[in-house]
Design a protein around this ligand. Sequence first.
Ligand code: SF4
Length: 79
Amino acid sequence: MSTVAVKLQENVPGKYYVTNECNGCGICFSYALQNFMYSNDSTYYFVYQQPADVREEEDVLRAMEICPMNCIKDDGVVS
Ligand code: SF4
């Protein structure tokens, strides 16, 4: 049985977002401190701030690559 991933409501508007498949491991946060934040109960993370420059975007892309749940997505629009 497969479930459909849903974009978390906490994500700020913009290209990058986290889905409800997040397991709360926090790896993304360690890679991109400026861009991810944890939920109130610390069970999942979301995009807190879209990348402000190339360096932050590289951090987010690295987090996307390493995320064990593959639940950091982008909307495919070139920024
Ligand atoms: S790395 Fe992926 S699974 Fe881990 S907290 Fe971040 S978004 Fe969630």
